[in-house]
Ligand binder design. Structure first.
Ligand code: GAL
Length: 751
């Protein structure tokens, strides 16, 4: 076997041989070739990012290049950073060595940042990725897009990751970002895994330093953009949850929806008229199904794709009376729209000079970074919608695919790049609707949007998709929670009654219980075999409104996501992933690539309830991992286990979703399910019966449930404490209005 040379040595020998062998003019050419080396290629020659600004306790930022030419996500946040609250979270050290984070500005204009990380670190986040929670050893293209291609492109490709070591990194610049997560090993990296011969002769197999790896573990995250500047932010924390909390608080805190937003939503068929909608609402009452929001799909407008934002009077002859009629029954109205403007719209002419070079579905694309464009849209929406009682929107089609949106070379009147506008279009519309329309008029909204991005946690907008894979929709509940995004695994239709029930159960434990019948026209009771079970889970969501609303208040105040990935629960992370070795197959797996199998199908709903939904191949039976600590069966109150895996079946649960409650929790619930959030006001509460022997507590948040007065202090918290014998004590803090009724001291459970 020939002697192995390091690449450096081979190059030196090659040059020496060259200089001996070459004639004088050839020698000159070789010297010229040497002089073409323009850029250093080792780590220590990369400039260090040094000027870290301490933005708040545990939060730092630094920038490279010229940020005056770039859009920052934090500039588009709903609310200013919550510095005071951040500073109550302790004052951790900067989580890297002073010279650890380096960068380069490449001759092709690309700006690259290199952030070291250890081989044992697990990285999570990067937005609403629907295939995986763990992003270790992956290359991701973080571009706003409809979910479908994967590889990072998604509805909310938030450029923020959290490490299992307890820090987070946020690329705060609205550009397409390509991230190499523990992938590329630099030639002089000190933590490189050893080189392994993939095809050793038999007698050398045993002496190999390990198993050959298709993707040798890299020692860093390297990410690059094409742009004139890049801002980087670092968040520290004692736990991954604290890192996420800091990120959310820096983004202005989490959104607080009005109480009605947490009730049941039904989006009617796209071609429904006023009478058909009214008939459907009446059916809800007849069938005794809870309902809070009706969503109108594109047919409510004179023209859609592109849009006018004006009422189609052939279907809705008197929009004001129609909206008011629903409001009188406690039903809110939400309007679908996409932001591309038709030549038939009254806004068209004024918007034309304020729009970009290209069209989407032949509609002009306003540049909403321009205040004039924002003001025009806000004024029209106020007059035609808000003033007659419209409560929110579904802002569709702001994500992709490439063939639908403007091209990357499109130009916009503000001078912002097509790329920056694509990364932020969904956010710009959320900003306009939240700040200029709803907040300016002291009314909260809860709305939908199909794309969002960094620093968006303060927006009361929920993301949805067309992709419709139930398992992926469950994964989305976890990934969204790592980056300030709200996600609904909305239900549209189903191939069987079991699938209908399972999807309904998942959506009822998500940020928005949304039935989107825009094409199917389906209603909750359309699968008679499971109608009772479907009603049961919607009623359970309604009974849990006080608990879930309080979880949102904690999102708003403390940055704790109301629906959360299990990895944010301290003890879950170590056991959550299993590595499966890859098997060589020349056609299907030529690099014998392995896989990390994660337990992504469980999540936290509010502070204390863990949900393990039935889905897909686990339609009626599944395993549930109970992390360390006692967990109780929600329905029976019995201890279910501690640090163990159990199996549950739909039969034993009488077709209800597996729910487990953490030790020390009090779950405040309405004694009866209200049919609408209006009936919820003032209704009495009791609590889920748990046979725990420990003292337990929870916070019940109250305010007027619809306005922004809570931001001016009009809220209160009732702390419910239960001692080891089950006796209840209630303390009230704050002078805000009461929202819920009395807390009935239910009889103590026999232990
Ligand atoms: C889709 C959207 C659906 C529905 C439809 C109406 O793109 O995701 O939920 O609104 O448009 O045309």
């Amino acid at each position: 076997m020939s002697q192995a040379h390091s690449p450096l040595k081979s190059t030196a020998i090659f040059s020496a041989l060259l200089s001996i062998a070459l004639a004088p003019h050839a020698q000159a050419k070789a010297d010229f070739m040497h002089s073409t080396v323009k850029q250093a290629t080792t780590i220590d020659t990369l400039p260090v990012i040094q000027d870290w600004k301490h933005a708040a306790n545990g939060v730092w930022s630094a920038s490279i290049g010229d940020m005056s030419q770039e859009l920052r996500y934090t500039d588009l946040a709903a609310e200013p950073p919550r510095i005071e609250r951040l500073n109550t979270l302790g004052d951790p050290e900067f989580p890297f060595e002073a010279d650890a984070i380096r960068y380069s500005v490449n001759p092709d204009g690309r700006i690259m940042v290199r952030i070291p990380c250890g081989p044992d670190e697990k990285l999570y986040g990067y937005g609403l990725q629907l295939d995986k929670v763990n992003q270790t050893s992956r290359v991701l293209e973080l571009n706003v897009d409809h979910w479908g291609k994967g590889g990072g492109r998604t509805h909310a490709p938030v450029p923020f990751y959290v490490s299992s070591k307890g820090y987070g990194v946020f690329f705060n610049t609205a550009r397409f970002l390509k991230v190499f997560n523990q992938i590329s090993n630099r030639k002089d990296a000190t933590q490189r895994p050893p080189e392994v011969d993939r095809n050793p002769p038999k007698d050398e197999i045993a002496s190999q330093p390990g198993k050959w790896q298709a993707s040798p573990m890299g020692d860093s995250v390297e990410a690059a953009i094409s742009g004139s500047g890049l801002e980087l932010m670092v968040f520290a924390g004692d736990s991954m949850l604290e890192v996420v909390q800091r990120y959310n608080l820096y983004s202005g805190g989490g959104a607080l929806p009005p109480l009605w937003g947490l009730g049941f939503w039904h989006r009617v068929h796209a071609h429904h008229n006023a009478e058909q909608v009214e008939a459907e609402v009446a059916e809800y009452t007849e069938n005794k199904f809870p309902l809070d929001v009706i969503g109108l799909e594109p047919g409510w407008m004179t023209k859609s794709y592109p849009c006018t934002f004006e009422w189609q009077t052939k279907r809705f002859p008197d929009p004001q009376a129609f909206t008011q009629g629903l409001l009188d029954q406690g039903i809110r109205l939400n309007l679908w729209e996409n932001p591309y403007i038709s030549q038939n719209a009254k806004l068209y002419e004024d918007m034309f000079p304020l729009s970009g070079s290209h069209t989407v579905w032949l509609g002009i694309v306003p540049d909403y970074t321009l205040p004039e464009a924002r003001n025009l849209l806000a004024a029209q929406h106020k007059a035609d919608h808000f003033d007659i009682g419209i409560s929110g929107y579904k802002m569709d089609e702001v994500d992709g695919y490439d063939r639908w949106l403007w091209p990357d070379h499109a130009t916009f009147p503000s001078g912002n790049s097509a790329e920056a506008l694509r990364q932020t279009y969904g956010m710009l519309l959320q900003k306009m609707l939240y700040q200029d329309l709803f907040k300016a008029n002291n009314q909260r909204t809860y709305s939908l949007v199909r794309a969002s991005n960094g620093a968006a946690s303060g927006y009361p907008f929920v993301i949805y998709s067309d992709s419709y894979d139930h398992e992926q929709y469950i994964t989305g509940l976890s990934t969204a929670s790592l980056c300030g995004i709200l996600w609904t695994p909305e239900i549209r239709s189903a191939g069987s009654s079991r699938e209908w029930l399972n999807r309904m159960q998942t959506v009822c434990f998500s940020p928005m219980a949304n039935l989107n019948a825009w094409a199917s026209g389906v209603k909750p009771w359309d699968f008679p075999e499971v109608t009772d079970a479907v009603r049961d889970v919607i009623e359970l969501r309604m009974r849990l409104l006080p608990y879930f609303y309080s979880a949102f208040a904690s999102y708003n105040r403390d940055g704790i996501p109301p629906v959360r990935a299990m990895i944010l629960e301290g003890d879950f992370k170590d056991t959550a992933a299993t590595v499966i070795e890859g098997e060589l197959d020349s056609e299907t797996n030529p690099y014998a690539t392995g896989e990390i199998i994660e337990k992504n199908d469980q999540f936290m709903f509010g502070p204390s309830i863990m949900v393990a939904p039935f889905y897909g191949k686990h339609a009626t039976e599944r395993s549930v991992q109970l992390p360390a600590g006692n967990w109780y069966n929600f329905y029976t109150g019995e201890l279910a286990g501690n640090n163990t895996s159990i199996s549950v079946t739909a039969a034993e649960l009488k077709d209800r979703t597996p729910l487990f409650v953490k030790e020390g929790a009090v779950i405040p619930m309405f004694t009866e399910a209200p049919l609408n959030s209006k009936d919820a006001k003032g209704q009495d509460l009791d609590r889920a019966p748990l046979r725990q022997r420990q003292p337990a507590a929870c916070e019940l948040y109250e305010d007027d449930a619809t306005t922004f007065d809570y931001q001016r202090g009009a809220s209160r918290i009732r702390t419910l404490s239960v001692d080891a014998d089950g006796a209840l004590e209630v303390k009230i803090e704050g002078n805000g209005p009461s929202l819920f009724g009395e807390i009935l001291n239910v009889e103590q459970m026999t232990k």
